[in-house]
Design a binder for this molecule. Structure first.
Ligand code: GLA
Length: 376
């Protein structure tokens, strides 16, 4: 490990952390003004930071290529930065676009959020920088404000038309809780999720199929949803109630109907899941997760053979429920598993992957962890 001092020649002013996330349910609902239910992972991006007065951003990552990336803050523009550095640079650009008079800094990053695994490693990088800058410049910005700025950086600087879930999860989740978030007005509520007290575990299965949200498929789905809402005369698909779904589907072109079916039923599943969490009926969450996966696989069509296999192998081995989490096209699956079956479920997924000739999945258990924060 190379520390801040040896890269940048002096001690940092402070160290910050921002986590990755898994979403329990509510997938592809955030850009439809709908509901999501993420938890923060124990895995996080950490940043040691010291401000500079010469307008330079000097970025180093333990996961990078061993070089310092040097950028001029004044010269930052959408499309001007390549690779991982575009996420931190984008946040500095977004803060300045929003009128905050921020400048350069020396930054050192280390992240254990697996990249390209649908676990929001990029949102973690964005949010750790946003939090450090807020603290160092004493900016009058809430965690939700920072999440929106980080989303703006990803949309306008990086060029990925993502919703606000990942950044809100990284900024606003808290230890021991799931975050119930209305993505229309950012109303949020923390709901206790002590799975271990109920003899349950949330198993994360990273299929190691790299997803890449910038590849156009995500943008196409988002545009399809927006077109469907416009055809239905609605501000967003969130405004279509489940009772109106059947009638709406008849009025939509064939290629848009399944997208709408997913979004409307998924919003209802979030509501169902929140009611179960409020009632402490954690095990009953299982079938809701599995139904969510079927909808993503059959209607939204963002699963892939590896995520489908991880879900079916986990459920067949006794998981209470399982689904892909995140944008899809690869990435990770979550499974809700009774304590006594954890080893068995993991082994079954590994065996199924080996039999199918897929790469060995990475598995770990996740408990709801802290959101973005200053460490020292
Ligand atoms: C990605 C995006 C989020 C959200 C999910 C799908 O993670 O960044 O905004 O749309 O996909 O739920």
């Amino acid at each position: 490990m190379t520390d801040f001092q040896s890269v940048h020649g002096a001690a940092p002013t402070g160290v910050w952390a921002a986590p990755g996330r898994v979403n329990l349910i509510g997938e592809h609902t955030d850009y439809n003004d709908g509901f999501v239910l993420p938890i923060a992972l124990p895995h996080a991006a950490r940043a040691a930071v010291r401000l500079r007065t010469d307008g330079l951003l000097r970025l180093w990552s333990e996961q990078g290529d061993g070089q310092v990336t040097e950028l001029e803050v004044e010269g930052l523009a959408p499309g001007s930065v390549e690779g991982w550095a575009k996420y931190p640079a984008g946040v500095v650009w977004a803060l300045r676009e929003a009128g905050h008079p921020v400048g350069g800094a020396d930054l050192w990053f280390d992240s254990d959020v697996p990249g390209g695994a649908g676990l929001s490693s990029s949102a973690a990088l964005e949010c750790v920088v946003a939090t450090a800058y807020r603290d160092l410049y004493d900016l009058p910005l809430s965690n939700a404000d920072l999440a929106q700025l980080a989303q703006f950086a990803e949309n306008a600087f990086v060029g990925v038309p993502c919703g606000v879930m990942d950044q809100m999860a990284s900024m606003c989740c808290s230890e021991g809780n799931a975050l119930v978030l209305d993505t229309r007005d950012l109303t949020q509520r923390q709901v206790p999720l002590d799975l271990a007290a109920h003899g349950l575990w949330l198993l994360v299965i990273d299929t190691r199929v790299k997803h890449d949200l910038a590849d156009g498929a995500y943008a196409e789905l988002r545009a399809g949803c927006e077109k469907a809402a416009a055809l239905l005369g609605l501000p967003a698909l969130r405004d279509l109630a489940p009772e109106g779904l059947a009638g709406a589907l008849e009025r939509l072109p064939e290629e848009l109907a399944p997208l709408v079916a997913h979004v409307v039923t998924e919003d209802a599943r979030v509501e169902q899941a929140v009611a179960l969490l409020d009632a402490g009926e954690f095990a009953a969450l299982g079938p809701v997760l599995t139904a969510g996966h079927a909808s993503l696989r059959d209607d939204y069509r963002v699963s892939c053979p590896e995520t489908d296999l991880a879900v079916s192998a986990a459920v067949e081995a006794g998981a209470l429920g399982a689904r892909m989490t995140g944008g899809g096209f690869g990435g990770s699956v979550i499974a809700l598993v009774r304590e006594g079956l954890l080893t068995e479920v993991e082994a079954a997924v590994r065996a199924a992957f080996a039999a199918a000739g897929y790469a060995e999945p990475r598995t770990f258990t996740a408990v709801p962890s802290a959101g973005a924060r200053r460490l020292s």
